[in-house]
Design a protein around this ligand. Structure first.
Ligand SMILES: C[S@@+](CC[C@H](N)C(=O)[O-])C[C@H]1O[C@@H](n2cnc3c(N)ncnc32)[C@H](O)[C@@H]1O
Length: 326
């Protein structure tokens, strides 16, 4: 049994102040403005058309949070802020924090959602704000480049000639798979607005001869041909269980005999209370999609068995499952 929380820790859990201070600083783009030479609060206020008194309080808090440094009356970025939060840097990750800030109002509706069962949104970010969605995907792509090769190795695509990456986003996993398996050809299926960025990423790594894209909505549009393998990575949590079961069955139909479906997602354990991050993410996704949530791996494996897959198993606990078409 984990030890019980102290009262101080309960209070700590209730503080969201620092979160909103950081998100607001990113929204105001303070870190880009502080690039170069340190500035006083008054200088920064003038540069960004802000008000000195509240800005000073915000900057002081950011210093206490160790995101900024302060010397006498001037503020400067710490190394980590300079590297990741200045918009002009190639490693900028602010888009992800801007997404959290954009979802702030939805979190304000949490109580209502739990009372009524109605999410405050009817679509997810990739549909409502494609620009923000693709910016976030490009950050996730940079981060995902670390995990893509591991997933590719785990998938064992030695016998597959073709791979369908359903909702493939920036193409991170399709790229990793093609790099791991030199004879593999892949298709990234995604919304047309997302694929604009996907094509650029594929070109950057020189794989345009082996990875093609198909624009469409995976709920309504048919996949263009039959594939030897399919991947669904971080797709399931955006929809209801019923919709996911249909999607898994649709993918089954698009696989050749012996074809393999691999699903990677943020799955919960059978108790629903672990992994800890995923339990909070489940609430986050519930409030920011119409019917999304996190599911247990067992539930997702049932969708696969019901669709006709055999040898359905968990390759990585609460993360990766796989099944084969007879
Ligand atoms: C969280 S991202 C995952 C991207 C990628 N699979 C990965 O693991 O890096 C979800 C992706 O699903 C796509 N998507 C969401 N709804 C879709 C739909 N109805 N049809 C096609 N793609 C969709 C989004 O555009 C986005 O690229």
């Amino acid at each position: 049994m984990p030890r019980e929380l102290s009262l101080a820790e309960i209070f700590q859990l209730g503080y969201y102040w620092e979160t909103k201070i950081l998100l607001t600083a990113v929204k105001l783009d303070l870190f880009s403005a502080l690039t170069g030479s340190p500035r006083s609060s008054a200088q920064l206020a003038q540069q960004l058309s802000l008000t000195v008194r509240p800005l000073t309080l915000l900057l002081n808090a950011l210093v206490a949070m160790r995101v900024l440094k302060k010397e006498s009356d001037t503020f400067a970025n710490t190394e980590v802020a300079q590297r990741y939060l200045d918009k002009s840097q190639k490693e900028y990750v602010g888009h992800l924090l801007l997404l959290h800030d954009a979802e702030w109002e939805n979190w304000g509706q949490l109580e209502d959602t739990i009372r009524t069962g109605q999410s405050p949104v009817s679509q997810h970010v990739f549909e409502t704000n494609p620009e923000l969605g693709t910016n976030v995907l490009s950050v996730l792509h940079r981060i995902g480049k670390e995990s893509g090769p591991n997933l590719a190795k785990r998938m064992d695509l030695n016998k597959a000639k073709t791979l369908l990456d359903v909702g493939g986003g920036a193409g991170t996993n399709a790229i990793a798979c093609c790099q791991e398996y030199p004879d593999l050809m892949a298709t990234v299926f995604d919304l047309p607005q997302t694929l604009v960025m996907t094509k650029k990423v594929i070109e950057q790594v020189g794989l345009e001869g082996r990875i093609q894209t198909q624009a469409g909505n995976f709920h309504h549009d048919a996949f263009d041909k039959t594939y030897d393998a399919a991947l669904m990575s971080d797709i399931l949590h955006y929809q209801s269980g019923e919709t996911n079961a249909k999607l898994v069955a649709k993918i089954y139909e698009s696989l050749s005999d012996g074809g393999q479906l691999v699903i990677k997602d943020r799955f919960l354990d059978p108790s629903g209370t672990s992994p800890a991050w995923t339990t909070a993410f489940a609430v986050h996704i519930m409030i920011n999609t119409e019917q999304g949530q996190c599911f247990t791996s067992q539930t997702a494996m049932t969708w696969m068995s019901d669709a006709g897959f055999h040898d359905v198993r968990e390759l990585e606990p609460c993360a990766v499952i796989q099944g084969t078409k007879k």
